[in-house]
Design a protein around this ligand. Sequence first.
Ligand code: ARG
Ligand code: GLU
Length: 729
Amino acid sequence: MKFSHYLLMLSIFTLTACKTTQTAIVEVKPKLDITQMQGGMWVPSELEGMNEMEMQYLGSKLSATDIYDTDNPSLKDAIVQFNGGCTAEIISDKGLILTNHHCGFGAIQSHSSVENDYLANGFWSKDLASELKNPGMVVTFIVSMDNVTDLVMANTDGLKGGELEKMMQKNRETIIKNRQLDPFQEVKVKAFSKGNIFYLIVSEDYKDIRLVGAPPSSIGKFGADTDNWMWPRHSGDFSLFRIYADKNNNPAEYSEDNVPYKPKHFLPISLDGVETGDFTLVFGFPGRTDEYLPAIAIDQIVNKLNPDKIAIREASLAIMDKYMRQDDEIKIQYASKFARIANYWKKWIGESQGLTKSNAVEKKRSLEKEFQQLVTEKGLTDYTDILSSFDALYNEYGEVAQVRDYWIEVVYRNVELLNLTFQLYQLEQTLARKGKADFLQHRDGLVTKLEGFYKNYNADVDKEIFAKLMYMYDAKYATTKISEESRVKQWQKRAHEVYTNSKLTNYDSLKSILTGDAEVVLKELNADPAYKIGKEFSNKFFTEINPKYYAVKEKLDVVQKKYIKALQEVFPSKKYFPDANSTLRITYGQVKGYAPKDGMQYLPVSNIDGIIEKYVPGDYEFDVSQKLQDLYASKEYGSYADNGKLPVNFIGTNHTTGGNSGSPVLDAYGNLIGLNFDRVWEGTMSDYNYDATICRNIMVDARYILFIIDKYAGATHLIDEMKLVHPKN
Ligand code: ARG
Ligand code: GLU
């Protein structure tokens, strides 16, 4: 990457700043645009230079090797990917890890029963022996990340298409073969920057992970969906687990003989708290961003793709909500489904608002105009057609992506019966593709898995969602011209027929359909009215919708890859980070409020007063336990208070996304000051267009976590295990 301009600018500054006093920094500061130094998700093995300097300018005292080092312990040794999706970090020398409550939710739920409802009441292990095992759970350490782009691209000059792919594949295999590994290590070559860069990543999975502690949901999920993606926030979204290893400290399957993992590094926790302008570093595994899309793609997201997805989910949520309010059993059955559907529904609304408000499309358009001019001026003929190719391809893409989204939202995500038919369709495919033995194994697996599905299934709710969403699908894509009213009626009638006659709406009749030989099972299945509709949909998806989608998507990917390369050549002084791809990254910024609307300014820190202000007795989102109320009344905050108040959450300019949940927030010295768990609404557009003026991540203040463990739960033995520090004194 070429950062020459930018580096030059920064290095002049850094020489002055590092070698002189604070006063010199103040003098130099105004010349630099601090917003330019925030945003981006950087590869930890390549921080030397620009990132290191930017961080130091923002207040960090860390060197690149403090953060990532393969020869000595470094901060990266305390960070793990938690169960494939979230992030967690080690906070004691006995392998204690911290992540979000919403990341540990499934595990906490799996240990809960009516008698021991850990979701409602919380769970705190008394000692090592009372920690709870979680079969199937893994945490992943990153041993090393090496840029191997040159090796992947070796001997590819002049090659194109399939030939090029073949050579790159061969190179990747050689790189992997040549890497020496310990027996429990894994290695892969992963594409970054849409295939412009490659890293060799070595990792280690630990598989004996035990639940140590979780606050009740009234703390861990305080504010639930109403507060989700919003500031001000007051959630104690954390849970504690522990990594166990064999006697040699190596990964091992669960065993009573396993012992707490001894980390290379663990994070001390700062008791000094945060204030506006403090440096923050978030270290974790962001899932996916698309920061270099052209204007036309953003325009499509805002005006074509998001509106449909939002409308479908809105319809489905309204129906669930109606039933949940009427019936307590349905409320429990649908709570987690509702939260899942509502999460991205709300995110997309905020994303569209943020993209609109920040004029993302216009900004990209003006950048593209300049790009095209410079391409012409510099005679970069290879890049001349990029933008016109985007225009042509996105025109095609818009239509197919919209249909595909519709299919995914209706069939796969919102109508449960159709989702079930999709799973059964895959079962039918197993017979065709892999034969009888695999079919039977797949069938048995499904029968076991679906028991849980039916526990939380209500056919009346689902029938109404089916009628509504099928009507919407039909109204959008059908060629038959009938009145709105008749179309609505038609689907209500159809829904009634399907849900009355299908055997897939309850577990016993499903099991009876699935009993017997493959032929018998499939014959019965294919006679079922719900399966018939589902199968038609799935066939259409796989033979028509998906192939059309990928035909355009593959062409777009080629242009996108070239565009990212071209941008770096045409605008060499701008900063480029490879889009998030679920690999380990750092991002940095500062504690900072923001102005969500004209005439309105948000403070960066919330405290326990806000919990009491939001308290609604008995409410499923805003109830506050008596214990917390008592602690509030007695102001028993110990050393966790800040000027007499107990801090709860704070926001900053860190560029995060899904997957950064549970990521540690570190101070200038690498101490833990917070736990990432969300973003502010307007700022969720940062997946496409990070803007330091409105993008904020939301974190739990480390002191609130300690307060809950210590004063609320009385789990002082866990506090004793940690290392609490006062870096500001
Ligand atoms: N918005 C946060 C994150 O994506 C938290 C999600 C969990 N909370 C919820 N109310 N659904 O994903
Ligand atoms: N809650 C998100 C997660 O589960 C993090 C929030 C975000 O998307 O930034 O990863």
